[in-house]
Design a binder for this molecule. Structure first.
Ligand code: M6R
Length: 369
């Protein structure tokens, strides 16, 4: 049932292009607009929404962090992202104009379920983004948008994460479409880009051998740091989480701009630091800043592992290892940039002799608070 792969995780990584394509299937009409019939929250109500709050745990929380950038950019609706386990304990401000989005692969995560119950008690509408048909979280929500990743068996989430991102983009674009925003033209173009993203994931998967080889050389390291900016920051957090749960290594993700506020003190000779570089065209200031961050850490001895788009030559001189990903619009880049980090963590876990599909101390769905 592992389809010839050694681990479910490897199979699920390989299934990502299909999972992404399936999650888009039937949701973009012939005219290039979105039709999300499942979102049974009326257009009138969606036009009234004055705040979006995303609740989730773990990897799903990282999808939520990325969704915030897309939602705020395309819809101009303020969006907060909160760990479900923290949410209800701080008496969050919720009302009938707040749209709450609960993201969960399993649909059974107790922290997320309790947070969504709290939101509904306060009169908010809840939209679930979920991978498991008929599970508790979508059943208790006002509406559900299913990700079509298929069953995810490995404890470490991979294909579910990529499809969560796709679902979040769909919701963000749908909100923009329903409400009409000044980004009208851009939205049509983004929908076209989104429909091509599965192909980009496929191309990344074809070039992963050097990433595996690199991972094997790092098996005896204690620490790996991950840096990113903008949507690359949650990608860095996700890369670090994958490494913790699979390789049992100390791994931390930072916003690259925070380096000089503390974390740069951690840099020492030969410390592996993975840097997720944003698209060079789209936000050039951001790109320039991360190039200087890479220079700063390299000057202090870090071994830089740079994930950058094809054609981005500015980073090349400072990369000890360069991992190329296809050029992608900035907000969509996490869909491709995450894939090498999954492969990296999986290979490190294997090299360290760990159980890839069933890491110690973890369960696939966490049904206790
Ligand atoms: O089923 P859920 O998406 O609600 O699960 C949330 C987290 O427990 C989950 O993403 C966890 O962090 C994964 N093991 C990460 O790979």
């Amino acid at each position: 049932e592992k389809g010839g792969y050694d681990y479910f995780m490897l199979k699920e990584i390989a299934e990502q292009p299909k999972a992404v394509a399936d999650t888009l299937l039937g949701r973009i009409d012939a005219a290039g607009s979105l039709s999300l019939d499942e979102v049974r929250i009326g257009a009138g109500e969606l036009r009234e929404v004055d705040k979006v709050v995303i609740i989730a745990c773990g990897t799903a929380f990282h999808a939520g962090l990325i969704a915030k950038y897309a939602i705020e950019h395309w819809t101009r609706i303020p969006c907060e992202v909160e760990l479900a386990s923290e949410f209800r304990y701080r008496d969050p401000i919720l009302g009938h104009r707040t749209l709450v989005i609960a993201i969960s692969q399993s649909g059974e995560t107790m922290d997320t379920l309790m947070a969504l119950r709290h939101a509904r008690e306060q009169g908010s509408k809840v939209l679930a983004i979920c991978n498991t048909n008929g599970s508790t979280i979508p059943r208790e929500s006002d509406a559900a948008l299913y990700t079509h990743a298929g069953p995810e068996v490995a404890v470490a989430s991979t294909k579910a994460f990529l499809t969560q991102l796709v679902a979040c983009y769909l919701v963000a674009l749908y909100l923009a479409q329903v409400r009409g925003t000044k980004w009208g033209d851009e939205i049509g173009a983004v929908i076209r880009d989104l429909s091509r993203i599965a192909g980009a994931v496929e191309r990344v998967l074809e070039t992963m051998e050097p990433v595996r080889a690199l991972a094997r050389t790092l098996a005896s390291k204690d620490t790996v740091l991950f840096l990113g900016r903008h949507v690359g920051y949650p990608v860095a957090l996700e890369g670090a989480l994958k490494l913790k749960e699979l390789a049992y290594m100390h791994a931390e993700g930072f916003a690259a701009g925070e380096l000089k506020h503390g974390p740069i003190a951690l840099i020492e000779e030969d410390l592996p630091v993975v840097v997720v570089v944003p698209s060079p065209q789209a936000r050039s200031v951001l790109h320039d800043k991360i190039v200087s961050n890479i220079q700063e850490i390299r000057a202090r001895g870090a071994r830089t592992i740079v994930i950058a788009e094809e054609g981005d030559e500015a980073v090349a001189p400072y990369a000890d290892h360069l991992i190329r990903i296809p050029a992608t619009p900035t907000l969509l880049q996490p869909v491709v940039a995450t894939v090498p980090l999954q492969v990296f963590a999986c290979e490190l876990a294997t090299a360290r002799g760990n159980e890839v599909d069933q890491p110690r101390n973890l369960a696939k769905s966490v049904t206790v608070e």
